[in-house]
Ligand binder design. Structure first.
Ligand code: SF4
Ligand code: SF4
Ligand code: SF4
Length: 182
């Protein structure tokens, strides 16, 4: 009998650190897929997945870009892997004001993993497709739950970060100028 809750698809990328060899193919594929036009360029700095590499300790950690945050957080994790201590922000997924990671190098706008949303839908996200070692695997599962508000789009997140940096008046002025020239 139905309990009235809707079904939703949860998409997940599992990361097996033991299998990652730090080849960075995932970074290239992600940046190429999101280039305009698609695959016209590759640049790891534009990738929504970055691989934190510590060669001497054989540690490779792929981290996907999460949400944008206007300010740094005041509650952090620190990690010790193979005896090496990593800084508090090392494996954080947030595009935040303290660092350049997960920001477009030209515009400074935040980058966020969108699971390669496309039309038609990809069978698997690009980073998973190119990972030769099965360090990344894609999983979809159905869960019961209330309908959630979908993830905020790139335009909304980008506009919010511009407003935070330059102020609403400046952004509105610029949009109004652009609308006259287009
Ligand atoms: S990068 Fe992450 S952990 Fe570091 S201050 Fe920003 S939000 Fe906090
Ligand atoms: S799922 Fe797509 S957008 Fe997200 S990190 Fe992988 S390639 Fe980039
Ligand atoms: S493509 Fe796979 S093996 Fe290569 S760095 Fe990315 S996650 Fe690691």
């Amino acid at each position: 009998m139905s309990n009235g809750l809707k079904k939703r698809i949860v998409k997940e990328i599992k990361v097996d650190l033991d299998k990652c060899i730090g080849c960075r193919a995932c970074e290239m594929a992600c940046s190429g897929f999101h280039a305009v036009p698609k695959f016209s360029s590759t640049n790891p700095a534009r990738s929504r997945i970055r691989v934190i590499i510590e060669d001497r300790k054989d540690v490779y950690v792929p981290v996907r870009a999460g949400d944008y945050a206007q300010a740094e957080c005041n509650c952090r994790n620190s990690y010790v892997i193979n005896g090496k201590e990593y800084s508090e922000c090392s494996f954080c997924t947030v595009s935040c004001s303290t660092r350049d990671l997960f920001k477009d190098p030209d515009s400074g706008l935040p980058l966020k993993c969108d699971m390669c949303a496309d039309d038609p839908t990809l069978p698997e996200p690009m980073c998973v497709q190119v990972c030769c070692c099965d360090a990344l695997t894609y999983v979809e599962r159905e869960e019961e739950g209330e309908n959630e508000v979908g993830p905020r789009g790139e335009i909304e997140v980008g506009l919010e970060s511009l407003v935070n940096r330059f102020g609403i008046d400046k952004v509105v002025d610029l949009v109004s100028q652009l609308s006259k020239t287009k």
